[in-house]
Design a protein around this ligand. Structure first.
Ligand code: UT7
Length: 367
């Protein structure tokens, strides 16, 4: 049975920074309150062109370069997102087109902020079963498009960004170990976008009443999160045969520093073992764990052979954790700049559209 190794990682965030001071001019809040209650100092806000798929593709190109792979070597793209560009097609398909990943299947996975953990688990299972060799997992968000900048309860929290991992099959032991995935749909209304889906399609009323924005009962989500983070981390570690004190690092969903501190207390682990960068990006939902991972590697906090647990929670309610032995690139050293293939991917996409048009003109629309 092959093992599933994490061999590439990348991130992309918008250029525009929205600081707490700027927010305090939009709603009744203050930098001091936000920092004390959440730990967040600033977040990134996407421009019109920095769509979820654009950010996702940029992160994916970097992850592929890190893994020394070309886009056409990817078998499957899973995009975990809470802010897809459309209800359909999947944001994963848009990313596939932007990458020119001509041999990849693509689908979106919705488990809100826990989505990246769910997607990693699905990718690892596909590899461990022997069905696939290379899977790209992307967490990509444009949450600012769903954020009500008149609601101080939510607008202080969320930011935009994307992160990506490449998972590859190898006979060498290690890589993704065990995971736990949980859901409690009875808490669905604590964090949700009331309209947009088939339950409440867009209407004048839904727009007037702000039902296309994120609605949240912060206290309930906070209570739930502090209960499940430590427990899920422990479950994933124990299923992998590890004790908490053997863990080199925990990379938690970056929602609120107080939630992470509660998890550390619950696990009786020092905060130094938890990677935190939420002060600069806020809560980027499915992108927060891969973005934190990229930065953890950059500052030398995560090295090959380290035992790491990724843990998340979010709307659904959902929560989960995944344990892995950190690997790094497994292919022989060679310089690959996957992003150089961007223009080829664009030309490929244009040619395919043109061909489809020509086919329509020449042969009509009959099958
Ligand atoms: O991926 C999952 C995403 N969601 C989460 O992770 C959310 C989890 N929840 C939280 O992070 C916290 O509940 C919040 C940060 C949202 C709120 O913090 P809190 O410590 O739970 O504050 P609170 O809701 O208990 O509010 C305390 C006070 C209230 O005033 P009163 O009633 O005591 O006078 C609020 O009206 O703070 C007030 N308040 C604010 N004041 C300044 C609420 N939001 C703000 C604000 N600025 N932005």
């Amino acid at each position: 049975m092959p093992y599933a190794h994490i061999t590439g990682w990348g991130m992309a965030v918008p250029n525009k920074v929205l600081t707490n001071d700027e927010l305090s001019k939009m709603v009744e809040t203050s930098d001091a309150w936000i920092r004390e209650r959440t730990g967040i100092r600033e977040r990134r806000i996407a421009s019109d062109s920095e769509t979820a798929s654009a950010l996702g593709a940029e992160a994916a190109f970097k992850a592929l370069s890190m893994a020394r792979l070309l886009p056409n070597q990817v078998d499957l793209i899973i995009c975990a997102t809470s802010s897809p560009e459309y209800i359909f097609p999947a944001t994963a398909s848009l990313i596939q087109d932007k990458l020119g990943a001509s041999n990849a299947g693509a689908f979106d996975l919705l488990a809100a902020c826990t989505g990246f953990i769910y997607a990693l688990d699905m990718a690892a299972q596909s590899i461990r079963s022997g069905a696939l060799k290379t899977v790209l997992v992307v967490g990509a968000e444009n949450l600012s498009r769903y954020t009500n900048y008149k609601d101080r309860n939510t607008c202080i929290l969320f930011g935009d960004g994307a992160g990506a991992f490449v998972l590859q099959a190898s006979e060498k032991p290690g890589g993704v170990m065990r995971s736990v995935l949980h859901s409690d749909g009875s808490g669905g209304k604590f964090l949700f976008v009331p309209a947009s889906g088939s339950h409440s399609p867009a209407s004048e009323d839904t727009v007037r009443n702000g039902l296309h924005f994120i609605h949240m009962d912060g206290k309930e989500v906070f209570r739930f999160a502090t209960r499940v983070m430590a427990q899920a981390t422990l479950e994933a570690a124990e299923k992998s045969g590890w004790k908490p004190d053997e863990l080199s690092l925990v990379i938690p969903h970056q929602a609120n520093i107080r939630i992470i501190e509660a998890a550390a207390r619950g696990l009786k682990m020092p905060m130094e073992k938890f990677f935190v960068n939420l002060e600069r990006y806020g809560n980027t939902s499915t992108a927060s764990i891969p973005i934190a991972t990229v930065e953890a590697v950059q500052v030398g906090k995560l090295k090959p052979g380290d035992k790491v647990v990724f843990v998340g929670f979010g709307a659904g309610l959902t929560w989960g954790a995944l344990a892995a032995e950190w690997t790094g690139p497994i292919l022989p050293e060679r310089t690959i700049r996957a992003e150089w293939f961007k223009p080829f991917a664009r030309v490929r996409s244009l040619l395919r559209r043109l061909l489809r048009m020509l086919e329509g003109i020449l042969f009509g629309r009959e099958p």
